[in-house]
Design a protein. Structure first.
Length: 168
């Protein structure tokens, strides 16, 4: 089986514009359009969160689809499963809204849809070839690659920095 793609964050590129959050909410809305999503009830929920670390460093956070996912082990309803592609999803038809997954997530990225009494998380936009958050990022702070390809890019950037005297 080929190595699965994941969403990686290049923290030095994020400018905190929240484009990823907006694109995510629209993608998970009923209308899948910005104008339609604004008037939907309940309001569409984003699954990526841009947090600011003092003094002013923005960082996007989203479900890491952990290999040993604490949320999956903690789910008493069996609503959290891993797909064949390695994506950890919450099956809303099984979720009972106990919020145990929210409590155990080490990244705090599982949301609570209070109106529907269901938990939700990043699902990597299964109907798209590129997740909406990645597609919307104007600075390419979010990338959708295999771990090997992402690591290779980091190594190439570090190597180039060393050659120009800018690396560690």
């Amino acid at each position: 089986m080929p190595e699965p793609k994941e969403i990686f964050v290049r923290v030095d590129r994020c400018m905190g514009c929240h484009s990823c959050e907006l694109a995510c909410a629209v993608e998970h809305s009923s209308s899948r359009s910005l104008y339609g999503a604004i008037s939907e009830t309940p309001r569409p929920k984003n699954r990526v969160y841009v947090e600011f670390v003092p003094p002013s460093n923005p960082i996007p956070l989203l479900c890491r689809h952990c290999e040993d996912a604490p949320c999956m082990h903690a789910c008493i309803a069996g609503a959290i499963v891993r797909t064949e592609e390695g994506v950890v999803i919450t099956r809303s038809d099984k979720c009972i809204g106990c919020w145990t997954c929210v409590m155990v997530c080490p990244y705090g990225v599982i949301g609570r849809h209070l109106e529907q009494h269901k938990a939700y998380r990043c699902d990597r936009c299964p109907d798209r070839s590129l997740p909406a958050c990645v597609d919307a990022c104007p600075t390419k702070a979010l990338v959708y690659l295999t771990a090997g390809d992402f690591s290779k890019g980091v190594r190439l950037t570090a190597s180039a920095g060393m050659l120009t005297g800018q690396g560690g």
